[in-house]
Every structure is written in structure tokens, then in C-alpha cells.
Design a protein around this ligand. Structure first.
Ligand code: AIR
Length: 214
């Protein structure tokens, strides 16, 4: 079966664990379409950190990178391989659909998607994949990011997006790591260590403040 644009419809392909094989026994035209789709997606992203990316960090424009790089920094620090790319929901909608549809099949386990203004990327990705999508509202000079936040957070029932704060890419990276850590003891331990270090830093701030006031 084809969609209205002539592309084969495949509603069985994005199953976790389907990487590198065809456990669904899909017909040949579907298998070929998947391969072509994966090739198109490969041209959109760069892998970072060695190993197969588990997290896809995508954004509406390269101008979002100054905000979104914080998610990559967190994942890199925790040893989680990720990929980065620009996938604009409005300017390259077919690429965006390719990216979302192929995500699970390509081995990604979480998507972190950021955009500014009419920020439809996270929600549209969540509509074509069943892996978790974390949305980052990127603030633009107009409206201070409230437009981005409202575009991302008010998803209809059935299509969840975990929305972080305006500009909250750091927490998006951490949340992605926490999702992965539910099945990765080593990563869980690294997150626990970071959490303990954060507490120690906060206590040091209290100590410093008391020192200034005494
Ligand atoms: N954008 C791009 N396509 C759809 C949206 N919402 C957003 C980008 C960026 C903003 O438009 O996510 O935050 C401005 O993009 P640019 O390329 O003009 O700098």
C-alpha cells in the first residue's frame, strides 16, 4: 500500500530491535523503501561519541545549536553515543517524517528535539514513532520562548512529548540518559554519582553564602 505521495506505507517497521534485519517479514518493496529511507536519514545527521547512537538530537535550524548543544554535552559526559542534525518540520517536512519513522529501526532509543517559534518538530516526530520524544522550547528574540513552549507542550492525548523548560536542553539530555539508564546499570551509576555531586555543590554554595553573611 502507498501513501498519497506514492511512498509505501509501512506501519510495522519501527520496532525496537529491528536494526540490521527484517524480523517482520515485510514484503520486498517495504524492505527496499526502508533501506532508501535510512540512506536519506544518514545524510542528515552526524554521529558523536563512538558507537551506535542511542539518542537523536535534532533541531529546526543550526541557529538552535547554541541552546541544544547542552544536551549533547550532558550525553557526551555520561558516555552515551548520540547523533545531531537539523530536521525542520516546516522547511523539510519529508525529511522530518523519514527521520521519525526510521528512528527506532536505526537503533535510536530517545529523541531530543528542539525548535523555536512555531515549534512543531517534537510533536510531529512523536506522531510517527513510539520511542520517547523530549521537546526543548528554544527561545527566540520575540516572545521570549513562550511561543516555542506552548507549541511543544500542549500535545493532544495519545501523542506524548516530555517538554522541558524554555532553553532546557541540559535537562533534556539528562532525561534522555535517565530513560536509557532504566536498562543500563552502569549509566544509572554514573547518573547517581552526578546527582550526589550536584548535592555537594549546592551544599558548598550554602556554605559560601553563610561565609559571606557571618
Ligand atoms: N524553525 C525552523 N523550522 C521550523 C521552526 N520552528 C525554527 C528553528 C529556529 C527558528 O525557526 O528551530 O529556532 C529560526 O530559524 P533560522 O534558520 O531562521 O535561524
Amino acid at each position: 500500500m502507498n501513501d498519497p505521495t506514492g511512498r509505501p506505507i509501512d506501519d510495522t517497521d519501527d520496532l525496537p530491535g529491528a536494526v540490521g534485519g527484517d524480523p517482520t517479514g515485510a514484503p520486498g518493496d517495504i524492505v527496499a523503501a526502508r533501506g532508501a529511507q535510512e540512506e536519506r536519514v544518514a545524510g542528515l545527521v552526524s554521529a558523536v561519541g563512538g558507537g551506535a547512537p542511542l539518542v537523536g538530537i535534532v533541531m529546526g535550524s543550526d541557529s538552535d545549536w547554541s541552546v541544544m548543544s547542552a544536551a549533547g554535552d550532558v550525553l557526551g559526559g555520561l558516555g552515551v553515543p548520540y547523533e545531531v542534525g537539523v530536521v525542520s518540520a516546516h522547511r523539510m517536512p519529508r525529511d522530518m517524517l523519514d527521520y521519525g519513522e526510521a528512528a527506532a529501526r536505526r537503533g535510536l532509543r530517545v529523541l531530543v528535539a528542539g525548535a523555536g517559534g512555531a515549534a512543531h518538530l517534537p510533536g510531529m516526530l512523536a506522531s510517527v514513532t513510539s520511542i520517547p520524544v523530549i521537546g526543548v522550547p528554544v527561545p527566540l528574540p520575540h516572545l521570549d520562548g513562550v511561543d516555542s513552549l506552548l507549541s511543544i507542550v500542549q500535545m493532544p492525548a495519545g501523542v506524548p512529548v516530555a517538554t522541558v523548560s524554555v532553553g532546557g536542553a541540559h535537562n533534556a539530555g539528562l532525561l534522555a540518559a535517565r530513560i536509557l539508564a532504566t536498562y543500563d546499570q552502569g549509566l544509572y551509576g554514573r547518573l547517581e554519582a552526578e546527582r550526589a555531586a550536584l548535592g555537594a555543590k549546592a551544599r558548598a554554595k550554602g556554605h559560601a553564602l553563610r561565609g559571606r553573611l557571618d
